[in-house]
Design a binder for this molecule. Structure first.
Ligand code: PHE
Ligand code: ZN
Length: 894
């Protein structure tokens, strides 16, 4: 047994305790007799003793299943021990066939892990440890086997039978049943196994790969959704081309399938040759999906497709290495999306389109990952321990993990990175490896590039701070920049060592233009942006040959996942808002200025929005040379979650009050400018998903938000008209959101009209739920969001069993509406406990995600802490609490 530390709820698994298994599995022959309540699974495994392994038993995991029989080479096993879901069998010799028959109940499986039912069809989800809920198996990613799968089901209920790989046989059976047999030519870990047996139809396309092979692509959906799969298919084809062109990676199967399912815990899953997707990330048509939905479909399709190489062909040795596949694959999908946007924008708009995508990614990192890194769940991108692996599919592993890969890309350069990837596949194809393997190979492919210190990014948790200070010396025309780094202590990790931090920088001259950069000792000035490598606790960089004091622009392109601390007065922020040549930093300057104003207003209810801020804001708004998509980013206030993280103590009500005042002031003072945006930037003609059009729609929608917030009559009239006349979801929903975030009496009727129009569309209703759960209150008389959420909980379209519904209604309320959730009377907190407990009984993964909404409670005001603590304790004291929720709440209370 692994060395486990028992706590009250769940043992803690340590990374250091990894041991190879004594036995592995070569081939798996699975047979499923599918039945909604009693599915019989026969699993014949050829088990092989590993040559290099110490003596030991065959080890199988099992969970929530009924074992009907187990035999070893056809006999009852000689010695079998069972302890907490682990079965150990002593076997003689080097090869045995273990046959296990299990019975499972898909209908009763509300966890959506393992084999479950959704709308009458059978689906599986095995990552991370769902396969053990189907059959007894050495359910670890370092056991890679070849699978043959036979599915047998009722023909009428489940006309389509799918599994990984190639279809090798199919036919009819007596009693209205039929079967299909699938063979996956590639070895894979059990977490990549999948089956689907349901009533679906396929949208198909045949394409040629780079080597000239013809492959069949299929997107499987319910028949009524066939009119909204084309974008997903296009995205798949684009992903294939991009991976061929960018990394020389080709699809390795003759057929690649995507299946959409309405009940799914996560976004999507990269099962070999049979990706299973949450419908939210497949279905899109103009009338039901927004530009953002289109963008998300494209990037999630790409993400899962890219996993075929980074994840499937080369997989993780153990779950601590999760970022090996996730950080790398997120980086790949981010690059893909940036390239796609740049291509669509054309040569003129390409740079801005890329920057807008980068800003999007930075926003997500700051809103989700920074708070995680500053709270009780803080962990390195490669964690050292966990209680429940499902809790570690985090923003840190994914998004910060992608930032770490991006820094490697920056340090090694595009070509060096590509060489590293090539070497990675040449060494490790078909293997289960570690993050060290990856970083070592990157070094080896780049003449032994020293990455030893870089590895600390894998080891240390917490968001590093980089403090910058500059000194101008007029006498010799030099500018001395001092950069100092530090990382705050995180739970269980008090000592932090200096990291390798690439700091991209530029120096801006008084005329707003970038200055050529020349460091002391260099013969001549070079580029206007360069990357400094900060590796010590503090380092000094001296720039020479300058005529006047420059304005530094640091961390351009967000070159490292750190918090930059730099003293800049309002005038300097306004200057960078107007002139910084790096769009990310221009955006960031606007965000910093807005943050400063928001926090000042939150601290002083009598304070007003400074005129200078309004002026800087207006200048950006009216800068017609700027891409509308960029303006929409720069003029949107920073997210509430990010601001709360910057506020000490966090006071959601005060912050909300400040943001409302800002929205009103900016809406009212700039009403004419906003109205002009609405007038001028309308997109004419039929909807197309295109970054240029999407940027205009985004800016118009933002204009309507400000106008509606300020109660500008003409703006409200525009929103109403746009809502009524909209021919696509982006405009319809944008106008509706503006109305809901106003005091306009039209908002109730608009919500009703929206509901009635889309009443039969689950994904659109999710938007309707989320909008109400996330609504701010614009006057004291308005209904609190919690009251509305309670009403919606019993709406016939709502269901606690469907994760999308839970995320839309409860997730939005808990995570995206802090001003309402943290009501002073504590009603939100009590409601949170009630819902987490109810959810946990059905679906611990979903419950744990909701539970995380309060993990940073110690950052709040004492009054809020006093209201939250008893609710955390109430959840923790719930009998039968899952390990998932227990870990989150236990660490929060800790
Ligand atoms: N591996 C999936 C992805 O990143 C996410 C996932 C994890 C899905 C666990 C389901 C369960 O694409
Ligand atoms: Zn992934």
């Amino acid at each position: 047994m692994e060395n486990i530390m028992k706590t009250e709820h769940a043992p803690t698994i340590q990374r250091a305790d990894y041991r190879p298994l004594a036995w592995t599995v070569e081939t798996v022959d699975l047979h499923f007799r599918l039945d909604p309540e009693a599915t019989l699974v026969t699993n014949r495994m050829s088990c092989v003793r590993k040559r290099d392994a110490a003596d030991g038993p065959i080890r199988l995991w099992s969970e929530a299943l009924e074992r009907v029989s187990l035999s070893v080479d056809g006999q009852a096993p000689q010695a079998l021990r069972e302890d907490g879901g682990v079965i150990e069998i002593d076997a003689a010799g080097d090869r045995v066939v273990v046959e296990v028959v299990t019975r499972v109940n898909p209908r009763a499986n509300t966890t959506l892990s393992g084999l479950y039912l959704s709308n009458g069809g059978f689906f599986t989800q095995c990552e991370a440890e769902g396969f053990r809920r189907i059959t007894c198996f050495p359910d670890r990613p370092d056991v890679m086997a070849r699978y043959t799968v036979t599915l047998e089901a009722d023909r009428e209920a489940c006309p389509v039978l799918l599994s990984n790989g190639n279809l090798v046989d199919a036919g009819l059976l007596p009693g209205g049943r039929h079967y299909a047999k699938w063979e996956d030519p590639f070895r894979k870990p059990s977490y990549l196994f999948a089956l689907v047996a349901a009533k679906l139809v396929a949208f198909e396309r045949k394409v040629e790969t780079m080597s000239g092979r013809e492959v069949l692509l299929q997107v499987w959906v319910e028949e009524g959704n066939l009119d909204r799969v084309e974008h997903a298919m296009d995205s798949l084809v684009h992903s294939m081309r991009w991976d061929e062109e960018t990394f020389g990676l080709e699809l390795d199967l003759d057929r690649f399938m995507i299946v959409a399912v309405a009940d799914f815990n996560m976004g999507a899953m990269e099962n070999k040759g049979l990706n299973i997707f949450n419908t939210k990330f497949i279905l899109a048509k103009p009338d039901t999906a927004t530009d953002l939905d289109y963008e998300n479909v494209e990037s999630v399709v790409a993400h899962e497709y890219f996993h075929n190489w980074t994840g499937n062909r080369v997989t993780c040795r153990d779950w601590f290495q999760l970022t090996l596949k996730e950080g790398l694959t997120v980086f790949r999908d981010q690059q893909f999306s940036a390239d796609m946007l740049a291509r669509a924008a054309g040569p003129e708009g390409a740079a801005s389109a890329r920057a807008v995508k980068r800003i999007d990614d930075v926003r997500v990192l700051r809103a989700a990952q920074f708070p995680e890194d500053g709270g009780p769940m803080a962990h390195p991108i490669r964690p050292d321990s966990y209680q429940e692996i499902n809790n570690f599919y985090t923003a840190t592993v994914y998004e910060k993990g992608a930032e770490v890969i991006r820094m490697l890309h920056t340090l090694l350069g595009q070509e060096g990175f590509r060489n590293g990837m090539d070497l990675y596949f040449s060494y490790f194809d078909g293997q289960a490896v570690t993050c060290d393997d990856f970083v070592e190979v990157m070094s080896e492919a780049n003449n032994g590039f020293d990455l030893d210190q870089f590895m600390r990014w894998y080891e240390q948790a917490g968001t590093p701070r980089v403090k910058a200070s500059g000194e101008w010396n007029a006498a010799d025309g030099s500018y001395t920049l001092t950069l100092a780094q530090s990382t705050p202590a995180t739970p269980g990790q008090h000592v932090k060592l200096p990291l390798v931090i690439p700091v991209a920088l530029g120096l801006i001259g008084a005329d707003g233009r970038d200055l050529p950069l020349r460091l002391e000792g260099e013969a001549q000035a070079g580029a206007t942006t360069r990357v400094l490598k900060l590796t010590e606790e503090a380092q000094v960089f001296r720039f020479v040959g300058l005529a006047a004091e420059p304005v530094p622009s640091l961390l351009r392109g967000f070159s490292a996942p750190v918090i930059l601390e730099l003293d800049e007065d309002d005038a300097r922020l306004a200057f960078r808002m107007a002139h910084d040549a790096d769009p990310c930093n221009r955006w960031d300057a606007a965000q910093r200025y807005a943050e400063r104003v928001a926090l000042a207003l939150a601290a002083d209810p009598a304070a007003t929005v400074p005129e200078a801020f309004v002026r800087a804001f207006r200048a950006l708004l009216n800068d017609a040379a700027l891409d509308p998509a960029f303006r929409a980013q720069a003029l949107a206030l920073p997210g509430e979650a990010y601001l709360l993280e910057r506020m000490s103590p966090a006071d959601p009500a005060a912050l909300r009050g400040a943001l409302v005042r800002m929205m009103r002031a900016l809406g009212a003072t700039l009403a004419a400018d906003w109205l002009e945006v609405v007038e001028r930037l309308q997109v004419a003609g039929e909807y197309r998903y295109h970054p240029g059009d999407a940027g205009r729609r985004a800016l118009v929608n933002l204009a309507l938000r400000y106008l509606a917030a300020a109660g500008v009559a003409e703006g409200l009239a525009r929103a109403e008209a746009r809502f009524a006349a909209a021919t696509n979801m982006t405009e319809r929903f944008g106008a509706l959101a503006a109305l809901v975030h106003s005091t306009s009496p039209a908002r109730t009727a608009a919500l009703q009209a929206f509901h009635d129009r889309h009443r039969d569309d689950a994904l659109v209703l999710d938007k309707w739920f989320a909008l109400q759960a996330g609504a701010w209150r614009w006057d004291e008389a308005a209904e609190p969001a919690l009251a509305r959420v309670r009403v919606l909980l019993s709406d016939p379209a709502f269901s606690l069993s469907n994760p999308n519904k839970v995320y839309a209604l409860l997730g939005t309320f808990f995570r995206a509406n802090p001003g309402e959730f943290h009501a002073a009377d504590g009603s939100g907190h009590a409601f949170w406990a009630e819902q987490v407990i109810a959810l946990d009984a059905r679906n611990p993964q979903v419950a744990a995600r909701m539970a995380r909404a309060l993990e940073n409670w110690r950052r709040f005001t004492p009054a809020l802490q006093a209201s939250i603590r008893p609710q955390l304790e109430r959840v923790l004291a719930t009998p039968g609490l899952s390990a998932d929720v227990a870990e989150i709440v236990g660490k929060a209370v800790g």
